[in-house]
Write a protein that binds this ligand. Structure first.
Ligand code: MG
Length: 205
């Protein structure tokens, strides 16, 4: 990955390990020619910089889907709340300006399309036959399963479904992401590729 983009990713707020990010970059680069790449849950753009840089190198497009009001763990009083990412006037989380800043710094304004809306509304508008879908949105059982149902069928043959925050040990993290990963495997529609830390990677058959 280009050094300048990597530096942007390193200095962007977020919750993504560099090895995971580098793998996302490679996956996006190698599958961008199949179809658009969708990221569900962009927040301030840390993963968007990795995925978008890969999409750009591969000659494709990244669609960043996020309502930017924060997930359940980012609300006031919750574990991952960041007061910087809060709009006092609106009385709500607002990560959009951070994402836009990251996209500009990484020179991805011609690669990334920002969809500021719910996952469900975005899925209604996005085409089928996606080159890759990266699910890193809400981590409740309900939100993660909804994202799986909305997006997994849109991955083109030979395309990638990547899921963040897999914790085989329940004491290390929430179980919703690994639950949908297992659902995808059980569907018989995907082959498992090696996991990178907490990043699960599946290839559509
Ligand atoms: Mg995550």
């Amino acid at each position: 990955m280009q050094a300048d983009a990597l530096e942007v990713a390193r200095t962007t707020k977020g919750f993504l390990d560099e090895d995971e990010g580098t793998r996302l970059y490679e996956l996006a680069r190698d599958h961008a020619s199949i179809g658009p790449i969708v990221e569900v849950g962009s927040y301030c753009g840390k993963s968007s910089v990795y995925v978008g840089s890969g999409a750009r190198t591969g000659g494709g497009t990244l669609v960043c889907v996020d309502h930017h009001r924060g997930n359940e763990e980012q609300q006031r009083g919750e574990l991952y709340h960041d007061p910087d990412v809060y709009d006092d006037e609106a009385g709500q989380v607002d990560s959009l300006r951070f994402l836009r800043h990251s996209i500009r710094r990484a020179a991805l304004e011609h690669t990334a399309i920002l969809m500021v809306t719910s996952s469900a509304a975005a899925a209604r508008l996005c085409p089928d036959e996606l080159g890759m879908v990266f699910i890193d949105g809400g981590h409740t059982h309900e939100a993660a399963n909804a994202d799986y149902e909305l997006w997994s069928g849109k991955v083109a043959r030979s395309g990638i479904l990547a899921i963040h925050d897999l914790f085989p040990n329940p004491e290390e993290g929430g179980q919703a992401p690994i639950e949908i990963y297992r659902r995808a495997v059980a569907s018989g529609n995907f082959d498992e590729l090696p996991t990178v830390k907490t990043l699960g990677v599946l290839r559509r058959k």
